[in-house]
Ligand binder design. Structure first.
Ligand code: ADP
Ligand code: ADP
Length: 221
């Protein structure tokens, strides 16, 4: 089953009087359960692509369908609803809220989605268990190592059972040993059927995925 269907998607930015083509007629399908790395030099369109796939922004031209839903001419609130339900984000700098415990950080997106407390608890606990962080659930982010914080962030991204996990340089702030541990988690999630899209400029990191998609000048190589 195709989970990400992208057909001739273009994205333009206005810079002064100039129009920059950030994505130029990009077409791409990603199947459910795939583990894909998105690679390319700085300025090649990776972030623009990730923002569209992650429903943070919309294409100017072309078609994007996520899990069967066309992402096209939606109001911001509709786009946010699809994003909250379908996408789990993992960032380079973890983006945990410092005043919330690990448990509360994982719970927060579920609160945004109006999932009742009774249903939230097993979801949070299962997500924390899946990254082996259940025993640290009462810790604040500052009490955790970088690798542990990223594991909590992965738990947060997984708790709502998203259609895809979208990770932007998830190992970029970690030493290579810890980065390898985080990649092992993504590999395990992929083995359990999760769709993982990993944006990286690190060749070794990209090589851990099952397919590499390369961008150059807003086009696919
Ligand atoms: P990457 O993530 O691979 O570094 P980007 O998607 O950020 O690439 O950028 C693709 C192109 O679009 C670049 O030429 C970049 O300068 C331009 N661009 C990206 N975002 C903006 C923006 N908000 N305004 C103007 N130009 C942008
Ligand atoms: P709300 O708008 O409902 O308060 P947020 O915008 O804080 O919620 O977050 C909604 C989802 O979108 C979260 O999963 C969050 O990780 C993601 N998100 C929010 N802002 C960004 C961003 N700038 N880049 C990537 N993902 C984001």
């Amino acid at each position: 089953m195709t989970i990400i269907h992208i057909d001739k998607v273009s994205k333009f930015y206005k810079m002064g009087g100039e129009i920059i083509t950030a994505l130029d007629q990009v077409s791409l399908d990603i199947e459910q359960g795939e583990f894909v790395a998105i690679m390319g030099p700085s300025g090649s369109g990776k972030s623009t692509f990730m923002n569209i796939v992650g429903c943070l922004d919309m294409a100017d031209q072309g078609l994007y369908a996520l899990d069967g839903t066309a992402i096209h001419r939606l109001k911001d609130a509709q786009l946010a609803e699809i994003r909250n339900k379908k996408i789990g984000f993992v960032f380079q700098n973890f983006n945990l809220l410092p005043r919330l415990t690990a448990y509360e950080n994982v719970e927060l997106p579920l609160i945004y989605r109006n999932i009742p407390r009774k249903e939230r608890e097993p979801m949070v606990r299962q997500a924390l268990a899946s990254v082996d962080m259940l025993d640290r659930q009462e810790h604040w982010p500052a009490m955790l190592s970088g690798g542990q914080q990223q594991r909590v962030a992965i738990a947060r991204s997984l708790a709502g059972d998203p259609a895809i996990l979208l990770a932007d340089e998830p190992t970029g702030a970690l030493d290579s040993k810890t980065g390898k541990e985080i990649l092992d988690i993504f590999k395990r999630l992929h083995e359990h059927g999760r769709t993982v899209v990993l944006i990286t400029h690190d060749e070794w990191v990209g090589a851990q995925a099952k397919r590499i998609i390369r961008f150059k000048d807003g086009r696919l190589l």
